[in-house]
Structures are given as structure tokens and as C-alpha cells.
Ligand binder design. Structure first.
Ligand SMILES: [Zn+2]
Length: 324
């Protein structure tokens, strides 16, 4: 099914699955590996989901973007196949956030290296690629992951709570606290309604402290990191010549990471996520805790059959009837 542009409902409110209209690609360096890598986003069939493909390895292994494929959460989210340790893909979170925030359900992502390019450290370059490629609506109804009962995970520094919320588009809420006076305490809440990801989160860059750099590089991380792809702080000073993109860019980026990490659920959320001083590890543990308790969630069509009229879901019929 190909619907005219005027039926676009945006983001997670859209009742049908969507994919890219055409392939599109870019080249960049991996934040942690420092390696140059080519990335191509390709259209995919209904129900495929988001799947990475390492085209530089024999047999071009497929790695589905799923919560149970997460193998490393140190300063990034890395996916891998348990039986093929070399078949991994690092720093997937910003790209996954862009795809989820743009309402893309199905895509194959070709990479010729082990890490998604960091681009400018935000999700904006990926949103730009998706916008340039365009989207097509597919025939299958989108499934959403509805939170039915609260689930919470916590560690010594933070927590993630998944809560039922039927009020509309999913809500993501974040609190962060850093000793640097450039950050201190920041709180933000975003409802992923049409356009809000692109407007409120996509441009927020990853960030780090000069003081940590030697330790990170010693651990094989941040080798490609620079002022071109991260907000870099020395104590309370932002070293980037252009300053910040949002006054609270730090908490917005943490929300971006949260959206990307929770996209590994494989379906848009229907619920509320409350995160405090969290990171990739706790974000992933939240999904593992959710899926460990079948009474806490259910997959449900984005639009119920009872809401259809003349074979078309009611919101879509209304959108189709509205002036474009
Ligand atoms: Zn990030």
C-alpha cells in the first residue's frame, strides 16, 4: 500500500508500518574505533524490523536491532551475535533514535566496519538522510509495545522506570546530575509526538570531559572523538567554539540515547519512561526486566480492528479526508 503524502501522521502515532522510499548512505568515522566506515540505509519488507548487515565480513551477517543482542554498554550500545564474536556493530543508539523518532519500522543498514559513524555526535545527520530518502507506508499494521504494569531497574547511580500511560504518544523523562557547573542538574520531558524528536532531541550531541579522555583511550574508546563530533568540557568550560546547540543539550542528548536504546524493544512504546542518571547499561537492563515479566507488557496493533471504518483505521480515514 502506498498512501499519499497527506496521510502522514508522524512518529509513533502512525498506524501502518513504514520503510524508506530509497536507499541512502553516508561515510564517517567511528567514535570509539576511529575507523572510517560507510553506512547505507536500505528499504526493507514489512515485519523485518531494523537489521544491521556487516557487508565487510564473509556471508555478510545480519544483526537484528534487538535488546537481547546487546553485548556491550560501555559508553555506547554495541550489538552482536553470540556465535560470531566478530559480527558486532557499535554505537547504534543515535541511528536507532533517528529511525524511531522518524517513524521507520523496517530498514536494512549496511556497514563496512564495526561501528556506526558518529557524524556530528547527534542524530540530526541521520534524520537528514531519512528525510532525503523519504518514507513509504506499507500494508501491515504497526504493533506497539504497551506497558501494562510498572517495571523498574536501578543501580548505585540511577534508575529507569517503565510505566503504563494510555494518554497518547510515549513520554520520555530524564534527570541528570554532573558535578560540572556547565551541567549540574538538568531535567526534561519529551512526548514523542509528530515532529518532536527532530525538533527537541535530534541535534543534541554526545558529550565528554577532557579529564576522562586518556582513560577512555586507554580502554580502546573515544579514538575518533573530537570537537567535531562531541561537546567537550574541561571542568565547567565548553571547549567547542560554537558553544551549545540547546542550553540543556546534555539532558536532551541523554534522552536521545534513551529513545535509541529503548528502540531495541523492536516496536514503538505505549507508556511512560522515567529515567534518572541512567546510561546504556541501565537502559538495556530495563528492557531485559520488562521482557522477563510477560504480565508487564503486551504487543498490540497501533489501531484496533474495532476502530476501522470501511476497512481503513479511523485516524487514517480522518487524515485522508483532511485537506492537505
Ligand atoms: Zn549518545
Amino acid at each position: 500500500m502506498q498512501l499519499p503524502l497527506g496521510t502522514y501522521l508522524g512518529d509513533s502515532m502512525q498506524p501502518f508500518q513504514r520503510t524508506l522510499r530509497a536507499p541512502i548512505g553516508c561515510t564517517g568515522v567511528g567514535l570509539h574505533s576511529g575507523r572510517k566506515v560507510c553506512l547505507t540505509l536500505r528499504p526493507a519488507a514489512e515485519h523485518v524490523g531494523i537489521v544491521f548487515r556487516r557487508i565487510d565480513l564473509p556471508d555478510r551477517p545480519l544483526i537484528a536491532a534487538r535488546w537481547d543482542h546487546v553485548i556491550d554498554t560501555r559508553r555506547n550500545t554495541t550489538l552482536g551475535l553470540p556465535d560470531r564474536p566478530e559480527a558486532s556493530v557499535g554505537t547504534v543508539e543515535h541511528l536507532l533514535a533517528a529511525l524511531a523518532g522518524s517513524g521507520v519500522d523496517n530498514a536494512i543498514i549496511d556497514l563496512d566496519g564495526p561501528e556506526v559513524p558518529i557524524m556530528d555526535g547527534s542524530a540530526a545527520p541521520f534524520v537528514f538522510l531519512i528525510d532525503c530518502a523519504g518514507l513509504v507506508t506499507q500494508g501491515a499494521v504497526r504493533q506497539v509495545l504497551e506497558i501494562v504494569r510498572p517495571v523498574q531497574v536501578e543501580d548505585e547511580t540511577g534508575s529507569v522506570t517503565l510505566l503504563p500511560d494510555q494518554s497518547g504518544a510515549p513520554v520520555y523523562e530524564m534527570d541528570i546530575e554532573f558535578p560540572s557547573s556547565a551541567i549540574r542538574r538538568q531535567h526534561r520531558l519529551v512526548r514523542l509526538a509528530p515532529g518532536s524528536f527532530k525538533r527537541d532531541l535530534a541535534r543534541a550531541r554526545t558529550f565528554g570531559f577532557v579529564e576522562e579522555l586518556d582513560a577512555l583511550r586507554g580502554a580502546g574508546l573515544a579514538r575518533g572523538g573530537s570537537l567535531d563530533n562531541a561537546v567537550v568540557l574541561r571542568g565547567a568550560t565548553v571547549l567547542n567554539a560554537g558553544g551549545l546547540r540547546y542550553t540543556d543539550e546534555f539532558v536532551r542528548h541523554k534522552l536521545l540515547d534513551l529513545v535509541g536504546d529503548l528502540a531495541l524493544a523492536g516496536a514503538p512504546l505505549r507508556g511512560r519512561v522515567v529515567a534518572r542518571r541512567t546510561g546504556h547499561r541501565l537502559n538495556n537492563l530495563a528492557l531485559r526486566a520488562l521482557f522477563a515479566d510477560p504480565s508487564a507488557y503486551r504487543f498490540t496493533p497501533a489501531v484496533s480492528a474495532s476502530a476501522t471504518r470501511d476497512g481503513m483505521p479511523a485516524p487514517l480515514a480522518a487524515a485522508a479526508a483532511a485537506p492537505v
